[in-house]
Design a protein around this ligand. Structure first.
Ligand code: PDD
Length: 284
């Protein structure tokens, strides 16, 4: 059975959904997106994703598409029509179709697309085993705080990891880790402090990150928001990533160096449990 997707005001079978070849999302990567996870048929951290989406649009002077005021209902309708229990809703807004020109069109008609992806999130085998990551140079543009659809370098990074027999890559700039290809990166020092890069234009302001740091502080775990080096990461007692689809997932190896006993560490396991419990409680 095919999925029902949403495109510019209509719910349609995926085969019938169409976007123009002149869409600036297609021609210029002139688009932004959000990924909201679904647990037990409910949306996790919805308000956070909506707030970041509005910020991404504002940073790019991209007008809001029709349907913006009904986004929650559209998400819920898609989840319900696809009978989605666990997975995510992907949302993308682009500046819409226009004759090819580097300048933004004067009267843009933004495109709004949403679709669901069924995924196993809670009982993910990757989360149970932990991830092996490699380090790569961070060659992305300088506004990583805007969640744009320019994902070619992160895709290349995941391919580099795959070819190296690893699960993912952490990106490094000026000797310090920025973030993972599609997640925020953390280490736990030998004295139990969580270290993660501070918010700036260098990284995406993860919605899961905000919640996890809040839970960590509430659990009296010390948190330092500052850049950390790869050497510090390799000497850490544990490491982990966060994102909407991985929640909190332990990292057990960096560039072939094993962390701890090679399984997800106690801090990451505890934070994953807390996050899952709280996220499910607050889901809408
Ligand atoms: N990626 N950093 C980057 C570069 C990301 O692409 C993501 C999310 C995150 C984590 O953000 P959040 O906690 O809000 O999901 C950090 C999504 C999941 C994706 O591209 O599929």
């Amino acid at each position: 059975m095919s999925r029902i997707v949403y495109v510019n005001g209509e719910f349609l079978p995926e085969e019938e959904a169409k976007v123009s070849i002149f869409d600036r999302g297609f021609l210029m990567a002139d688009g932004v997106y959000e990924v909201t996870s679904v647990l037990d048929g409910k949306l996790v951290d919805y308000d956070g994703h909506l707030t970041r989406l509005e910020r991404s649009l504002a940073e790019l002077d991209m007008p809001e598409p029709d349907g913006m005021d009904a986004l929650l209902e559209i998400h819920r309708e898609l989840v319900s029509r696809n009978n989605l229990k666990e997975g995510c809703v992907y949302l993308q807004i682009t500046r819409g179709p226009a004759d090819r020109d580097f300048l933004y069109p004067e009267t843009p008609k933004p495109t709004l697309v949403l679709f669901t992806l069924a995924m196993t999130l809670r009982r993910s085998p990757k989360a149970e085993k932990g991830l092996r990551v490699i380090s790569i140079d961070d060659l992305r543009w300088g506004r990583r705080d805007i969640k744009t659809v320019q994902l070619l370098y992160p895709s290349m990074g995941k391919m580099m990891a795959k070819h190296a027999g690893a699960d993912d890559a952490w990106m490094v700039e000026n000797g310090h880790v920025t973030e993972g290809t599609s997640n925020n990166a953390y280490i736990v020092t030998q004295d139990g402090t969580i270290v993660t890069r501070q918010l700036s234009h260098d990284i995406l302001h993860g919605i899961t990150r905000a919640a996890v740091l809040r839970f960590a502080r509430e659990a009296q775990i010390k948190v330092e928001e500052r850049p950390f080096t790869l050497d510090e990461a390799k000497a850490a007692s544990e490491a982990f990533i966060t994102s909407a689809t991985t929640f909190v997932t332990g990292v057990v190896e960096i560039d072939g160096v094993q962390l701890g006993d090679g399984t997800p560490g106690p801090v990451s396991r505890r934070l994953r449990e807390i996050y899952l419990e709280e996220a499910a409680k607050q889901a809408v």
